[in-house]
Design a protein around this ligand. Sequence first.
Ligand code: FE2
Ligand code: FE2
Length: 279
Amino acid sequence: MHDQREMRHSSTPVELAFPTPRFDFSSCEPASWNGGSAPRSHFWNTMSSLLPNIEFCAIRSLMPLVAQIHDPKLAREVRQFCDQEAAHGTAHSHFNVERLHRDYPALAKIEAWERGLFTFFARRLPRSLFLALFVAVEHWTAAFSQYGLEEPDAWFKDCDPAMFELWEWHAVEELAHKAVCYDVFRFLGGRYVAQVAGMVLLLGAVMLPGIALRMTYLYWKDGLLFKPRAHLGFAAYLFGRRGVLTRTALDFLHYFNPRYRPWDVDSLPLIRAWQARTE
Ligand SMILES: [Fe+2]
Ligand SMILES: [Fe+2]
């Protein structure tokens, strides 16, 4: 009976405990750490600046729900999810404060404004829509993680080693816990309409304005805002043959399939390969 309950609510097929590496970002140059390229570096700088607020807000949304989750496996996974997101948020904040904010101080102001936005969401959104926001976040992070780990040279060629280690570790944990938010959302009665609304809200209110504002600022600060080559480089990085959005487009559409489940894409081989490499 106990096993049947676990099977019903948790769809995570892998243990979620991973060691947290220590990072040294002292030799990392924010504008060139990814292959010497400003567009490639700044896309992920933008993500690094966006993610800690989202991760800490996800913890705030899930932790109060643990007491309602009567499936011990799923309840344990929620706690591990929160531990992992706290570790990610802390590691990215370390990079942001130590390297990014030093050269690009307005990013700290944008992050502070977004913290206010998330507090507003936490207070005002219906619970299922607020949770769906993180179902959508986890879908995006898992899609990026899947393809980033499958073909690291496509997105991270000649990358600073500390930054590569940061994104690789983050990606592995994102894949391992990719179903936790979805399972909690479903466990608490979340419906397809809210799942879709969560993605629309995430894209419209957080991701698209957050990325556009940061990239404009980073390019302006580097004197690249009126250099067509910099914009072409960014467009190629997103929409080229092995571009970030090109490679994740089908996954993005799959989210809108009413039969969508996070583990429709099998990420276990990538997780096992990373474990074998780092043991
Ligand atoms: Fe994360
Ligand atoms: Fe995550």
